[in-house]
Design a protein around this ligand. Structure first.
Ligand SMILES: Nc1ncnc2c1ncn2[C@@H]1O[C@H](COP(=O)(O)OP(=O)(O)OP(=O)(O)O)[C@@H](O)[C@H]1O
Length: 255
């Protein structure tokens, strides 16, 4: 079943067309990668889907419902979580509290409960901590979960960000360059983690420059160049597509 449907998406920054007619869909529990040279419009597309940017034209629907005009928090509420190219953890907060912040999205608490520390407040706070610990185990965090997030090595912080996104209980997860800055072993672990997330029934859209990872993990790949979609297909099709080779390597590649 189609979960996310992007149709004829357009986004202009003044005279610059950052996205010029992008259409793609993502099925439930599918891994789709969006690739393209620097500045092709990949992150802008994520920002449109998640309500950070308002598209100039086109349609974005999730589970049959339009997302246009929704604020980022409302988009998260319908079941779409994301991570950011530049990590956005709360550096001073503990690792555990960063992930607990993700669970608060679905907690049913009132200000009244929080102020008076009602039994319901204590129960839901406990659930929230259990959930956070569960997701930190799931992503394979090795570091101390009670220390400030900024003290963790970079690769571990990436895992925390993914744990926080998962704690929101998404049906679709958008990962913006999750392997950037990771070493060889960490990249292999990231590949395994992405597959395990999909095995939970969560669809994934991945922006990634590491072609080895993209080719191994993706069921489908959408290729952007200067805001235009130049290919959409299975990894083995996209790899051989002359327009894709040209976009990445320039016309010299044919020589
Ligand atoms: N807030 C903004 N204001 C103006 N121009 C922007 C803004 N965000 C992105 N752009 C421009 O839109 C184009 C697409 O940028 P975008 O960041 O989406 O590309 P990308 O494919 O994600 O690149 P990268 O792989 O380098 O992250 C670029 O020309 C960029 O300079």
């Amino acid at each position: 079943m189609t979960l996310l449907e992007v149709k004829e998406l357009r986004l202009a920054f003044g005279g610059l067309l950052a996205i010029d007619g992008l259409s793609f869909s993502v099925n439930e529990a599918e891994i789709v990668s969006v690739i393209g040279p620097n500045g092709a419009g990949k992150t802008s597309a994520f920002n449109c889907v998640t309500g950070f940017y308002r598209p100039t034209g086109g349609e974005i629907a999730f589970d049959g419902r339009s997302l246009l005009g929704l604020r980022p928090s409302a988009v998260a509420g319908v079941g779409i979580s994301r991570t950011f190219q530049n990590l956005r953890l709360f550096g001073e907060l503990s690792v555990l509290d960063n992930v607990r912040a993700g669970s608060h999205l679905w907690l049913k608490q009132s200000v009244f409960d929080a102020l008076l520390h009602t039994p319901r407040y204590r129960r839901t706070e406990r659930e929230c901590t259990d959930e956070a610990n569960h997701w930190l185990d799931f992503v394979g965090l090795r570091g101390d979960r009670y220390s400030a997030a900024r003290n963790l090595p970079y690769g571990e912080q990436r895992r925390v960000e993914i744990a926080r996104a998962l704690a929101r209980k998404p049906r679709l997860l958008l990962l913006d360059e999750p392997a950037a800055g990771l070493n060889h072993t960490e990249k292999a672990e990231m590949l395994d983690l992405i597959r395990r997330i999909r095995d939970l029934g969560i669809a994934i859209v991945l922006i990634e420059h590491d072609m080895g990872l993209v080719m191994q993990v993706s069921e489908r790949i959408v290729v952007l160049n200067f805001g235009k979609e130049i290919a959409d297909g299975r990894p083995e099709e996209v790899r051989r597509d002359p327009a894709v080779i040209e976009a990445y390597l320039g016309s010299d590649a044919h020589a």
